[in-house]
Design a protein around this ligand. Structure first.
Ligand code: ATP
Length: 250
């Protein structure tokens, strides 16, 4: 149980994360593949120092500016995201005026509904994804299914822990993609306009905090923040941190 982990335990956050994913699996929200994804994520997070590195903070600020500039932003939610940060996703959606859409790699009606219910129990007024009345071109299976008035119509999409194929297909549709992923070498963040190389647990609340502080900014200022963001550099700096520990406090 999460409450049993002492708060001064050196791996406290990582253990809490693991327990939330386990609970997500038990509740029918997270898939068994989600457990494997969690393991991969933990390894990268360990190497990143389990903190938001400065280039990730820049990416989170750019993500906030991009979401505020969007005409129709959508936050895509999978089983891991729903288990780890349901309330935080609802808060971000509220802050930037985005829709929440459940979008699963392995789609089953039971899991779609469990996630939608879970988000609603955490305060989401409306959750998309259940209609699934449109398709992302170029993707053949169930993974292609999205809501016509959700991701299909969006100009900016935030996709946490997305698979590489779908990330590429969304980019080809002309969507501006913000991808949260702890692995800077993975295809999805490499496809993104804004790759956020950080744990979703830290990334979502930090994007919300940036969005709140930018709420009254002019469009020009928001556009400049997005234009100044360098995706290549962000990926490079995360990889550097992982390979060399550069910039890590000892
Ligand atoms: P690739 O894009 O390289 O083909 P994949 O999408 O098939 O990889 P998965 O095994 O599905 O890889 O892993 C999902 C991704 O999610 C991994 O890159 C992992 O680092 C990332 N991930 C897992 N947990 C988190 C988390 N809490 N926050 C951010 N990213 C995470």
């Amino acid at each position: 149980m999460t409450e049993d982990i002492p708060s001064d335990h050196p791996r406290h956050d990582s253990l809490v994360t693991r327990h939330r994913i386990e609970a997500g699996v038990d509740a029918g929200i997270t898939s068994r593949q989600g457990l494997i994804a969690e393991g991969r994520g933990e390894a990268f997070d360990y190497l990143l120092g389990e903190e938001t590195i400065p280039s990730a903070d820049d990416a989170e600020r750019a993500a906030a500016a991009q979401l505020l500039l969007a005409e129709h932003p959508v936050l895509s939610v999978n089983g891991n995201a729903a288990a780890l940060v349901p309330e935080e996703l609802v808060e971000l959606a509220e802050t930037v005026g985005a829709d929440l859409e459940v979008n699963l790699f392995k789609r089953t009606p039971a899991r779609m509904e469990a996630i939608a219910d879970h988000l609603q129990a955490h305060g989401a007024p409306d959750v998309k994804g259940l209609d699934a009345d449109e398709r992302i071109p170029g993707i053949d299976h169930e993974r292609a299914r999205v809501d016509a008035d959700g991701i299909y119509d969006a100009d900016v999409v935030l996709v946490p822990l997305e698979d590489g194929d779908r990330a590429e297909a969304l980019a080809e549709m002309g969507k501006v993609e913000i991808v949260i992923d702890l692995n800077p070498l993975s295809r999805s963040p490499r496809t993104a306009a804004i790759p956020v190389i950080d744990n979703i647990i830290r990334a979502i609340p930090n994007i919300t905090a940036h969005a709140r502080s930018l709420e009254s900014a002019e469009r020009d200022e928001l556009e400049a923040i997005v234009a100044d963001f360098d995706a290549e550099r962000a990926l490079h700096e995360a990889e550097e941190r992982i390979r060399t520990g550069a910039g890590q406090e000892q």
